[in-house]
Ligand binder design. Sequence first.
Ligand code: C5P
Length: 240
Amino acid sequence: MPQLIVALDVPDREKALGMARELRGVLDWCKVGMELFTLGGPLLVERLKEQGFHVFLDLKFYDIPHTVARAVAAAASIGVDLLTLHCQGGERMCRAALEARDAAARASSAPRLFGVTVLTSFGPGEMPGVTANPGVFAHELASAAAAWGLDGVVCSGHEVRAIKASAPALRCLCPGIRPGGTDAGDQRRTMTPAEAVRAGAEYLVVGRPILQADAPARAAAAILEEMKAAPLPPSPAGTR
Ligand code: C5P
């Protein structure tokens, strides 16, 4: 069953912990992004883990290989379960991150590494220096991520089928998820929860449609119901 991850994009630590408490028992994963990690740091990750959540640290690392490897080791040391780095950081950066993760795995648990392909907020022609359609470019980056050995990629739901066709073992984590009738906001390449599950996504990231709902736990539960009701695509044995 694909996982629902709530993006805790809120402006302070107490609000984040309050929202997590409200969602405990409904879903198992929280995403800590740039805003919240800048405010709450490792202590916040620790508190979320104490509440029983898996933590996805979405800092989208993009730097020289050495710096990214050190950041991955640091994330592993605070118990992060999954983190992101940009595929555009290239092969040496991604392989250095994997080596750091594998070294951490020998000492303790270690995060899954997911490569960001093309942000779901980019529409055609908006990426500086890239003339390819965002979907085509995302597919190229995902193929590279698979060759380098990353565990998965972050992509829009629209790209999942093509990515799975060429790299079936690569997990797909999709933001830009919008239940019917909710506002897309700054997102461009959106999908409903059911559409993303049908396409084959393993992780769905949802922020504002849960955070801004009158009853966040009810909104999250409704998304989960929609996900459960959606038929999973056929998958080659051993890839789920
Ligand atoms: O509020 P919304 O559901 O649009 O939140 C989506 C979350 O997923 C945000 O935290 C955003 O940073 C993140 N994200 C994204 N697109 C990516 C990678 C991460 O929207 N490619």
